[in-house]
Design a protein around this ligand. Structure first.
Ligand SMILES: *Cc1c(COP(=O)(O)O)cnc(C)c1O
Length: 222
């Protein structure tokens, strides 16, 4: 299957309103151009250097999403390009991103990353941490950042009940935050979850953004 066929197959299965983020990390620019030619506009990268290197080579209507762990000293590098940073995993990073965006007079959307997976290596706020931060006002009064929702990764497992329960937990937390801290703010509406191996389950549990790499571009060569 070609990249174009893969994109067509996946988007045909996505309910209305669910957007596809093509995760292009480790793939050369020609593959991204192929996806672009097939109509794909949202691309996700997880390393700052790679995003900053690829972005200037692609048309300006591409929407770049940063989806990896963002080291504080790399925020500046992606700020001219990223329209959404999906992986805000601490209030310190959120403050820094706001400051860096203000520095170059940009505005950036962000998602709060929730840690629901079993693997300790995955980052993000725990449910308790994100609710506590919200109650302390950490998500208000940001001049150059809009919090548009939440992002999460499920445990890498073939136990799809486990995965479903983690997605359910993300959805519940999203609803709690929305109703208690973003009431009336219609910009807080995205749930980014689901990858090549679990996106249909994520969609069943309310994902509005799915992040798919392998299923579009094939295996990555590291
Ligand atoms: C790599 C990656 C994806 C895509 O993974 P695939 O299994 O290739 O679809 C999605 N989200 C994040 C955060 C990633 O790092």
């Amino acid at each position: 299957m070609s990249i174009a066929q893969n994109i067509e197959r996946i988007t045909a299965q996505l309910p209305q309103g669910v957007k596809l983020v093509a995760v292009s990390k480790f793939h050369p620019i020609e593959r991204l151009q192929e996806a672009y030619a097939a109509g794909q506009r949202i691309f996700g990268e997880n390393r700052a250097q790679e995003l900053a290197a690829k972005a200037p080579q692609m048309p300006s209507d591409v929407e770049w999403h940063f989806i990896g762990h963002l080291q504080k000293n790399k925020a500046r590098m992606i700020m001219p390009w990223a329209s959404t940073i999906q992986s805000i995993d601490s209030t310190e990073l959120l403050q820094l991103v706001n400051k860096e965006a203000a520095r170059i007079d940009r505005h950036v959307n962000v998602l709060l990353q929730l840690h629901v997976a079993k693997e300790q290596t995955k980052s993000g706020f725990t449910v308790e941490e994100v609710l506590k931060a919200a109650s302390e006002g950490a998500f208000s009064n940001l001049s150059n950042v809009t919090i548009t929702g939440m992002m999460a990764m499920a445990t890498f497992t073939s136990d799809m009940e486990q995965v479903a329960s983690e997605f359910e937990q993300v959805h519940d937390t999203f609803v709690k935050l929305r109703d208690n801290y973003f009431a009336g703010d219609e910009r807080f509406k995205e749930i980014s979850m689901g990858m090549s191996n679990d996106w249909p389950i994520a969609v069943q549990h309310g994902a509005t953004l799915v992040r798919i790499g392998t299923d579009i571009f094939g295996q990555r060569e590291y």
